[in-house]
Design a protein around this ligand. Structure first.
Ligand code: GDP
Length: 327
């Protein structure tokens, strides 16, 4: 294991934007060791006054929609404005499929070499909740390291969108042209979460289909109730290949930020997210403590056997287990 640094070294390194130390601070935060947890907690508390100033963006879409190609070009457009961007990836699929959104290929190679950009994959955690916690904390570290835009990437295949939506200011959904009603059906919940939809690969032969799909989504969006924040979700088209429509997406983000800061929703949303984080964290910690408790571990299989054989009701088993660790 790499030696830990002093809290002061982490703090000064992160605040001065030192990437090597930022990376080591993130590793510290990702660690499960109790002594690391304590140090990480202390570091976050000390860095808290320097956090919160970035624009937090979520980007999602099914595998193959063009996320990495888009983020590379989008990220370059942001660094061209002399803004610092950090890209964090939540990868809940890697555990199940052994595949990973990070893949084998080198993703976002150009952006990775940009001095204003920082790319960090998330660890393949056991639970989405666990990964999400580390990502929230990593956002704070990147903000303390003066990153102005933090982009959280996730694969549009399931629950991870809800989790990411709960930690970002703006949620961008990337969609393919002509993917069909079926896919749109699956994506219903996700569409509702989106602050903007961008149809990717709007180039060459795909141009017409992209424009058609754009109109379909615009129509579909009318069926949803208007968001409480007064924002109308725009549907855009873009091509990372031709570098078209990318600037418009950034302009949309800026328009959103301005509108939300003016109408008060920006702060309100972040406050709400912090409360959600509090509650989620409590639930997760209690769950971990419960299932990790040696008394529970030793009794669990017997209770499970009783439930399987019909000798015991699930609710009775649960009560017995809960009572066995109550003081
Ligand atoms: P991800 O799985 O969502 O990260 O998707 P990738 O970025 O790896 O892209 C999937 C495939 O789509 C790759 O073969 C890309 O070359 C291709 N692709 C990505 N963006 C574009 C685009 O703007 N236009 C076209 N024509 N192809 C693209």
């Amino acid at each position: 294991m790499q030696k830990r640094l002093s809290i002061q070294t982490y703090k000064e390194g992160v605040l001065s934007g030192n990437r090597m130390i930022l990376s080591r601070a993130i590793t510290l935060i990702e660690s499960q060791l109790p002594q690391d947890r304590a140090l990480a907690q202390q570091l976050l508390e000390q860095l808290l006054p320097y956090t919160g100033k970035s624009i937090r963006l979520g980007v999602t879409g099914v595998p193959g929609v063009g996320k990495s190609t888009f983020i590379e070009v989008f990220g370059k457009a942001i660094t061209a404005l002399n803004k610092k961007i950090a890209v964090l990836a939540i990868d809940p699929t890697s555990q199940i499929t052994k595949g990973s959104i990070m893949g084998d290929k080198t993703r976002m190679e150009e952006l990775a070499h940009d001095p204003l950009a920082y790319i960090r994959p998330s660890p393949a955690g056991n639970s989405l909740g666990g990964v999400a916690n580390k990502t929230r904390e990593t956002i704070l570290l990147c903000e303390a390291a003066q990153f102005e835009v933090i982009l959280v990437e996730t694969v549009g295949v399931g629950q991870s969108e809800t989790v990411v939506k709960g930690m970002v200011d703006f949620f961008l959904l990337l969609m393919l042209a002509g993917a069909g009603d079926e896919l749109q059906g699956i994506k219903r919940g996700i569409i509702e979460m989106a602050d903007a939809i961008a149809i990717t690969k709007a180039d060459g032969d795909n141009m017409q289909a992209s424009n058609n799909t754009r109109l379909e989504y615009l129509q579909a969006l009318h069926l949803y109730p208007a968001a409480g924040n007064g924002w109308q979700t725009p549907v855009l088209t873009c091509s990372a290949l031709n570098n078209t429509g990318i600037e418009e997406i950034w302009n949309t983000v800026i328009a959103y930020v301005n509108q939300m800061q003016q109408n008060g929703f920006w702060l309100q949303n972040r406050q709400k997210q912090n409360l959600e984080w509090l509650h989620t964290y409590i639930k997760q910690t209690l769950e971990e403590e419960f299932f990790g408790n040696p008394v529970i571990k030793s009794k669990m299989s017997e209770i499970e056997t009783n439930i399987l054989s019909g000798k015991m009701l699930a609710i009775q088993g649960a009560r017995e287990l809960l009572n066995s660790i109550r003081k």
